[in-house]
Design a protein around this ligand. Structure first.
Ligand code: 5GP
Length: 201
């Protein structure tokens, strides 16, 4: 069969500062039919971030409790500092209700989901070049020099993971990358049994 494998669940991963969050926000803005997972994290909110929208901001104790209860589909310590995890229930609900769903998580998390949900489509978001990745990382300006070095080291390792993924999308430009992602989902919707509106205005 030459037809690409289909899945309602897309896992988007890629190196630090490649723009996963921006691409996910673009999908959220233009494609409300795609359900986006809201992760739990132990880090503090950045200016403009809202609890329950960008993340669920939780304490270390709360995060421990979520792990103990088995509430997380996957979780990881990212950049050696804070923990991030995907609440399991909402993902299962979204899939059960027939919505295409997307997780934007780090590589360690993507590897865990591949073990538990191998039917998902794993998409690697890649920068146009290493130089561009460094430029974007520096440009963000929200990290200290030490944090940035740590992120670069992580990014180098993460770039090497591309071959583990089903599909690569190069993030030359956010609209184009989001369109490419949605095209993967649109293919899914067009090929799956009809299920209500699938407008993509
Ligand atoms: P930031 O703190 O900049 O929002 O995110 C840092 C990193 O955490 C990003 O690479 C992002 O993909 C990752 N991340 C966000 N949510 C999750 C999650 O639920 N699980 C895992 N494993 N990584 C996550």
């Amino acid at each position: 069969m030459s037809e690409p494998r289909r899945s309602r669940l897309i896992v988007l991963a890629g190196p630090t500062a490649v723009g996963k969050g921006t691409v996910a926000a673009e999908v959220r803005r233009h494609h409300p039919e795609v359900w986006l997972s809201v992760s739990a994290t132990t880090r503090d909110p950045r200016p403009g971030e809202e609890n329950g929208v960008h993340y669920w901001f939780v304490s270390d104790d709360d995060f421990d409790a979520m792990i103990e209860r088995g509430d997380l589909l996957e979780w990881a310590t990212v950049h050696g500092t804070h923990r991030y995890g995907t609440p399991r229930g909402p993902v299962e609900l979204a899939l059960a209700s027939g919505h295409p769903a997307m997780l934007e998580i780090d590589l360690q998390g993507a590897r865990q989901v591949r073990r538990t949900m191998p039917e998902a489509l794993f998409v690697f978001l890649k920068p146009p070049s290493w130089e561009e990745l460094v430029r974007r990382l520096v440009g963000r300006g929200t990290e200290t020099a030490a944090q940035r070095e740590r992120r670069l080291a992580t990014a180098r390792e993460e770039l090497a993971a591309e071959s583990e993924f089903d599909v690569t999308v190069v993030n030359h430009e956010v609209h184009a990358a989001a369109d490419e992602l949605v095209a993967l989902m649109t293919f899914d919707q067009a090929s799956a049994p009809a299920r209500g509106e699938t407008t993509t205005d």
